[in-house]
Design a protein around this ligand. Structure first.
Ligand SMILES: Nc1ncnc2c1ncn2[C@@H]1O[C@H](COP(=O)(O)OP(=O)(O)OP(=O)(O)O)[C@@H](O)[C@H]1O
Length: 702
């Protein structure tokens, strides 16, 4: 299969005949060889038996075939002996699903829980579901095995193995910084280095030490990954022992393109159809792209092309997968496709680590990711599409070869791979730190004295403190405690600017409206703009448009949606080119935020159709995100005097209001603002007088 496939693929005249707006150029690959990369200490057997019908193999048999299985006693002995242990093992060797079960079966956790952190919701949930099945609980997930993610807690007092996002464990640490609920904390996918994981490293280390000093039940820490820098981690965790597990379940054949492909989306589509023509129908495909818009566009392209009578191959079921989808939607990608149908999952990096999607034999890796980067110099947090790191490329490759031999097609050359950064730069060194700073303060810790594995830049810590001071969460930049307002702000699982907006809504009498806007901003855009039907989409949504900008427009659309019965919501969204999934996700988030507001006893009131209180309230949290008209069409941000432009997708594009507040900055050829609301300069003087006086410069007549 492999050589035949490769041969055909190299023969670029053999490109499938299908109509596509821009015909995908042939993508030619060479073979990078199977993924044997790591030296080992524990020699685990590599298993290569290629069972075609996985359903015939019992789940317990599958567990026994995992490379980790025969080393479990040795592993348990090491776990017993060491309070902190680093475990490095190939993707798919069984770390995430098996180690917690081994600990549980050996009853090493006494009366405590085993907590396993995951950087992402979809991983925490899907792995918990799988492990519940393996444990054999009749009622499924929520009993012996449970999970906790933002807005969802599926555990019970009987839960022993709990998968949770790192953000959730951090929130638990704010309630009990000794984490007494747990005997074991397993920090999985440690290489990811999200802000939350980096903070957690310090928190669990501190909790372990404090429990030892207080002679409480010891806290055992396991740090796991397939691709981490062991020495760096070991140094940080007091020179702890590292154990290497070799062996993957099945090999993955890796191919690189022979030439570079700027248009990686089209190259992914072309590669998919090459695979589609050759591979048996039950070999599914996972494509890695960067964000929702791109994923939906490629999904649509694949749907259309797969229906073309000239394209050979079985039916295709296309499943997009990205962070802002509701959980129920995300979980559907794990369902098998019907008979004679190939499933293709098009995902962001949410599918990059931990997860196993049954049936995936092929991975197509665009080599790109959308990452958030904060620039202390400009004060702006930006989303930028960039190259992945080598570690990420191996994680993506690792999503194939979990149930049988797999294939990974990299839409980049070997030389491009060699020029990629080895590891991803820790998020803590490139993101706005105000969330970290406020969460640490809730624990009584000043970020400047926190034991980070890699210290964030001093400027970023200072900028975060200054932002929190302006928001009223701290008294000074040296504060070690939060103000009363700050303590309330930290109750919301949100950026402090948005928590401030919610807390200010009481004063403006518009909490109903603000809850809706903040919820809509927590997910991805509800507006669909298919390039072929842009005009129709705009016309159908004309009635929601507000001259005051995008946030009020969002609010208008949601209000109508929310008043419809659930039976008519779908067709209404379709008619108005609105993304139903993103709407229902926002509705879910709104319910959760409402609960926090009720807990804080905030009056849930509405300002009706008056937009002014809403715009003022947004300004109360986003005054640092204001731009002033400078020259025709060009704006300057008040905070750091950065030249910016209004994004063409904004409803106020073409108007030139003197002042706008914004919620997003995108950098393409220029710096663009998205998510805008018009405001009056006088409001700035009323809401944040000192800030207004020191920052408004151009509007001389004030
Ligand atoms: N939902 C599932 N369906 C089928 N098989 C599964 C499922 N989840 C896990 N497996 C099997 O268990 C193996 C081990 O998965 P596990 O997540 O424990 O590996 P891992 O070493 O943690 O990998 P990674 O480093 O990629 O997270 C998989 O390779 C696969 O064979």
């Amino acid at each position: 299969m492999d050589s035949k496939f490769n041969l055909l693929y190299k023969n670029s005249n053999n490109i499938p005949k299908f109509q596509i707006k821009r015909k995908p150029s042939p993508v030619v690959f060479n073979n990078g060889g199977p993924t044997a990369r790591k030296k080992i200490a524990l020699n685990l057997n590599v298993q290569t038996n290629n069972f075609k019908n996985k359903n015939k193999v019992s789940i317990q048999e599958q567990r026994r075939k995992l490379p980790i299985f025969e080393k479990r006693n040795k592993l348990l002995e090491l776990i017993r002996r060491h309070n902190t242990l680093i475990i490095l093992g190939e993707t798919g060797s069984g770390k995430t699903t098996q180690i917690p079960q081994y600990i549980n079966s050996a009853r090493l956790q006494n009366n405590g829980k085993i907590g396993i952190t995951q950087p992402r919701r979809v991983a925490a949930i899907s792995v918990a579901m799988r492990v519940a099945q393996e444990v054999g609980d009749a009622v499924g997930v929520g009993e012996t095995v449970g999970y906790t993610v933002r807005f969802e807690d599926v555990t019970s007092p009987r839960t022993k193995i709990k998968y949770l996002t790192d953000g959730m464990l951090l929130r638990e640490a704010m309630v009990d910084n000794l984490l007494m609920e747990y005997t074991f904390i397993i920090l999985d996918e440690a290489h990811e280095r999200t802000i939350h994981t980096d903070v957690l490293f310090g928190i669990v280390k501190q909790a372990q030490k404090a429990r030892e000093e207080k002679k409480l039940r010891p806290l055992k820490i396991l740090i796991m990954s397939a691709t981490m820098d062991v020495d760096h981690f070991s140094d940080y965790f007091n020179n702890c022992r590292a154990v290497y597990l070799e062996g993957r379940t099945y090999p993955v054949n890796v191919y690189y393109t022979l030439t570079t492909h700027e248009d990686y989306q089209t190259a992914c589509v072309a590669t998919f159809f090459k695979i589609h023509q050759q591979a048996p129908w039950d070999h599914d495909v996972l494509i890695f792209l960067t964000g929702q818009e791109e994923i939906e566009a490629v999904a649509q392209q694949i749907r259309i092309l797969s229906r073309d009578p000239d394209v050979a191959g079985p039916s295709v079921k296309v499943c997009p997968l990205y962070a802002s989808q509701p959980t129920t939607q995300q979980i559907t990608v794990f369902q098998p496709a019907p008979e004679n149908t190939r499933k293709v999952i098009i995902a962001t990096n949410v599918a990059e680590t931990s997860i196993t999607i049954s049936g995936i034999r092929y991975v197509i890796d665009s080599g790109m990711v959308k990452a958030r980067t904060y620039h202390p110099a400009t004060g702006l947090d930006m989303l930028k599409v960039q190259r992945i790191s080598q570690e990420q490329s191996w994680q993506r490759t690792g999503r194939a070869g979990r149930e049988a031999e797999g294939y990974c097609y990299r839409i980049y050359t070997r030389s491009q791979y060699e020029h990629m950064q080895k590891s991803t730069i820790p998020e803590i060194q490139r993101a706005n730190l105000s969330i970290v700073v406020i969460q640490l303060l809730a624990l009584g810790i000043h970020a400047a004295s926190f034991d980070f594995m890699d210290k964030p830049p001093k400027d970023s810590i200072l900028a975060a403190f200054e932002q929190l001071k302006l928001l009223g969460a701290v008294e000074t930049v040296d504060s070690r405690t939060l103000t009363t307002l700050g303590k309330k702000m930290v109750q919301f699982p949100l950026d402090p600017r948005f928590s401030k907006i919610l807390l200010s809504a009481q004063e403006y009498g518009c909490l109903e409206e603000i809850l809706t806007i903040v919820s809509l901003l927590s997910g991805e855009s509800i507006f669909l703009n298919p390039s072929s039907k842009r005009e129709q989409a705009m016309t159908s949504r004309q009635k929601f448009l507000s001259p005051y900008g995008d946030h009020i427009t969002l609010l208008n659309a949601f209000r109508v949606y929310n008043n419809l019965g659930s039976n008519s919501q779908r067709s209404w969204c379709h008619e108005h080119y609105l993304n139903m999934r993103n709407m229902s996700y926002a509705a879910q988030v709104r319910t959760q935020l409402l609960e926090v507001c009720q807990r804080l006893k905030l009056p849930i009131v509405s300002c009706g159709n008056d937009t002014e209180p809403v715009r003022k309230c947004l300004l109360a949290g986003l005054f640092m995100n204001v731009a002033e008209l400078h020259k025709e069409k060009q704006y300057i941000t008040l905070d750091k005097r950065q030249v910016v432009n209004i994004h063409p997708s904004s409803v106020i594009h073409g108007q030139q209001p003197q002042f706008v507040l914004f919620t997003e900055v995108v950098q393409t050829s220029k710096c663009y603002l998205r998510g805008l609301t018009t405001i009056e300069s006088q409001w700035l003087y009323d809401i944040v007088p000192d800030y207004a006086r020191s920052h408004i410069r151009f509007n001389k007549d004030i």
